[in-house]
Design a protein around this ligand. Structure first.
Ligand SMILES: Cc1cc2nc3c(=O)[nH]c(=O)nc-3n(C[C@H](O)[C@H](O)[C@H](O)COP(=O)(O)O)c2cc1C
Length: 287
């Protein structure tokens, strides 16, 4: 359950500079940027998740180049000035949601590295309109999409309001997210400090940050602390997407730090935890 990352980018800088861009400057992507995005999404190795699922993404410009007509996805005025969208449909199950999170976040970091703005969106847009623009097979669902464009320096009012409502500028304390040996003792070693710092500043739906990591011996066990009833109206497991995003940050940073780890689902729960924690997967040291 692992693969080589061929992408060249400054991972730490991309993770640190990414934020949800909702105010864009109206300019279309340069042809060089458009080309590297299309190359990126056509490379299967970039589009494969940690469970091995292949994600297929489509890029659409807001303005149809042939008719000059504009796509309207109805984002309730939350997103302004973007020039394109990226989205893709997958089977609606937990493993696909995690893989979608992993693959889409890696793309988002790649775009951030190029100065292209993005915003994960799973809820605040018109899904009926999205399904018309990005048609998908029966039984498939588009977990999330992102507008694309170049960020505008001065953000619009709804953008600032959303950030405030979601508490987007703060994160849960480090010692309430990362543990050692059990689900109570805060992680206090240096070994994975940088990886965990980079997981912590990642995006999550409504900034709920439902990831919990427990290090035991040389392995990292990943758990989901669900927000009760969260995401039910969306009919998709949005917090599994959040886990995929966290695993993307963990994996890219640890690979950059030359750590030799891979993902493995253990058949027995590795640590005794209370019922608020759901075991997802383990990041295991290769020996
Ligand atoms: C899976 C997922 C779904 C999201 N859905 C929406 C959405 O529908 N609308 C929106 O404005 N922001 C959405 N966000 C953005 C989050 O609110 C944002 O990531 C979080 O508040 C942290 O802010 P930051 O991305 O600027 O660091 C979503 C984020 C994720 C990861």
């Amino acid at each position: 359950m692992t693969k080589k990352s061929k992408i060249l980018m400054n991972i730490i800088k991309a993770i640190q500079s990414r934020y949800s861009v909702r105010s864009y400057n109206g300019k279309t992507l340069t042809s060089a940027d458009e080309k590297s995005l299309l190359n990126y999404i056509s490379d299967e190795s970039n589009m494969t998740g940690i469970y091995g699922n292949k994600i297929s993404l489509q890029y659409k410009t807001v303005k149809n180049p042939n008719t000059n007509e504009k796509i309207k996805l109805g984002t309730y005025g939350i997103i302004k000035g973007h020039s394109a969208y990226i989205a893709g449909a997958v089977e609606n199950n937990k493993e696909y949601m995690l893989d979608f999170g992993y693959v889409f976040e890696k793309l988002i970091l790649f775009l951030t590295d190029k100065g292209i703005g993005t915003c994960w969106m799973a809820g605040t847009f018109d899904r009926k309109a999205l399904n018309l623009i990005f048609p998908s097979d029966e039984g498939h669902i588009i977990p999330a999409m992102s507008p694309l464009g170049y960020p505008k320096k001065k953000t619009h009012l709804k953008d600032r309001t959303i950030r405030k409502l979601a508490g987007s500028d703060s994160r849960i304390d480090f010692d309430k997210l990362f543990y050692i040996n059990d689900s109570k003792t805060p992680y206090n070693l240096d070994e994975f400090k940088e990886e965990f710092d980079m997981v912590r500043i990642g995006p999550s739906a409504s900034n709920k940050q439902p990831w919990r990591f427990i290090v035991k011996e040389s392995d990292i066990h990943i758990y989901l602390k669900r927000t009760p009833d969260y995401g039910a109206p969306l009919k998709l497991d949005v917090q599994m997407i959040d886990i995929g995003i966290a695993l993307c940050h963990l994996d890219l940073v640890s690979k950059q730090n030359k750590k030799n780890y891979f993902f493995k689902s253990l058949s027995n729960e590795p640590i005794e935890v209370d019922e608020t924690l759901e075991y997802i997967i383990t990041y295991k040291k290769k020996i």
